[in-house]
Write a protein that binds this ligand. Structure first.
Ligand code: LLP
Length: 421
């Protein structure tokens, strides 16, 4: 459920008409709903009620400071994967003890930054990383709390580019080698082994792959405890999917997910951590765009928008489906039309949808991409020298620009010419 609904035929973000925001900031822009962000965070938090837990928002999904602050105020932890994300978490007021550091390629500088600034744990993904972290921690005269990310070799049944839990993927250490890797970690003085981490992929629409992975984690917890490790925290990753197409079957709800976690792992006496990103931010954001032209092709009509693949890469990159809706509803009884919805970027991959049915549209009309809050703005680029689009946050009847659109001058001024020119 989200808070983007039509009121008197006009799409609104909570109590603010999208059209009004467009008048202020121009198009394209991203628009987020505070109520939706909060609701989705709470769903996870409540799903794990009764167990010691922390919901660490995977900020790679949407990392604007205003979004992070909104969630931090509810007690969210953060899952970060770079020094930049760590800095964002701290700038948003998240204490180090609520920040988890994930990722396969953490550098020594990033490790130092997190150890000095405070960290809940590192989710370590390989032995070389373990050795590097050990060295950095010892150099700083401290101990780094770690879990080891295990790769359970489970098929997440999602798009190949976002599946991470099969043995062919670069992530984690094979679960079959876990005991030997934990033994190695225990010998390193700069590390303190506290738990196990697993994350099998993103946009999962069934619980079964999670269950299979968590059952393996359960078994491993027993084995590692028998080996003498004090396993007291389980980080179960993110990945729960969202309904992109309204016609599709609904993925499981956080409540079902939470119940399954408690069922499989509840009696181990471990603190549970989860790292959802998409489900918190995805349906809390729209990308709003204006129709520049309607172009009649030989056998189809093209809706040419002012948003492009550089603003929302998901359709080009993962063949992702996003609902595209008119900001002003059609009068009742209007026959829909079919369009190929495209952007102005100079490649055919800049296609958002083919043969999409919507009300008849013309130049100047506004449309909104639904479910664009996660992996939208954060994956944008300035390809074709198109400045990054602004971000707006709505709360009730208020809205604020939380990242302004850079001027062309600002964009150009980031380049510097070498002395010899
Ligand atoms: N934890 C780890 C270690 C992750 O790698 C990810 C996502 C998450 C948590 C959050 O997963 P979520 O709950 O958002 O599914 N750009 C792609 C998605 C990439 C996901 C990467 N890792 C997309 O647009 O679909």
């Amino acid at each position: 459920m989200d808070h983007f609904i039509y009121k008197s035929g006009e799409l609104c973000a909570e109590d603010v008409p999208i059209r009004e925001i467009a008048r202020h900031v121009g198009t394209p822009f991203y628009c987020y709903s505070t109520a939706t962000l909060e609701r989705h965070f709470r769903l996870f938090d409540e799903a794990l009620e009764g167990t010691d837990h922390l919901v660490c928002y995977a900020m790679k999904a949407a990392s604007n400071l205003a979004i992070l602050r909104t969630l931090a105020a509810l007690g969210a932890g953060m899952d970060v994967v770079s020094g930049g994300e760590y800095a964002r978490a701290r700038a948003a007021g998240v204490p180090g003890e609520r920040i988890v550091f994930s990722g396969v390629g953490k550098t020594a500088a990033e490790m130092r930054m997190a150890l000095e600034g405070g960290i809940r744990q590192f989710n370590v993904e390989s032995e070389p990383e373990m050795d590097r972290l050990d060295a950095v921690a010892r150099e700083l005269g401290t101990k780094a709390p770690i879990t080891v990310r295990v790769n359970p070799d489970v098929d997440a049944k999602t798009h190949a580019k976002i599946a991470t839990g099969k043995s062919e993927n670069k992530f984690g250490i094979p679960i079959s080698r876990a005991r030997e890797v934990y033994a190695h970690a225990a010998r390193l003085e700069g590390l303190e082994v506290i738990g196990i981490d697993v994350h099998i992929g993103s946009q999962l629409t069934e619980l079964e792959p999670f269950r299979l992975a968590y059952e393996k984690v359960r078994e491993l917890t027993h084995q590692l405890r028998a080996d003498g490790h004090d396993i007291r925290r389980l980080d179960l990753g993110g990945g729960l999917g969202i309904p992109y197409a309204r016609s599709n079957a609904e993925p499981p709800l956080p409540t079902d997910y939470g119940a399954m976690i408690k069922e499989v792992l509840g009696d181990l006496g471990c603190e549970i951590e989860i790292e959802p990103g998409r489900l918190i931010a995805g349906n809390a954001g729209l990308l709003v765009s204006e129709v520049v032209y309607v172009k009649e092709g030989e056998d189809r009509s093209f809706l040419i928008l002012d948003a492009a693949m550089n603003d929302l890469i998901r359709p080009a990159m993962y063949d992702a489906y996003h609902d595209i809706v008119p900001v002003t509803e059609a009068a009742p009884g209007t026959e829909p039309e079919r369009y190929d919805v495209v952007g102005p970027v100079c490649e055919s991959g800049d296609t958002f949808a083919k043969g999409r049915e919507t009300r008849p549209l013309s130049a100047g009309d506004l449309v909104a991409f639904r479910s664009a809050g996660a992996y939208g703005a954060v994956m944008a680029s300035e390809y074709n020298s198109r400045p990054l689009v602004p971000e707006v946050l709505v709360k009730g009847d208020q809205f604020a620009v939380i990242r302004p659109r850079p001027s062309l001058e600002e964009m150009l001024n980031r380049d510097t010419l070498p002395e010899w020119m």
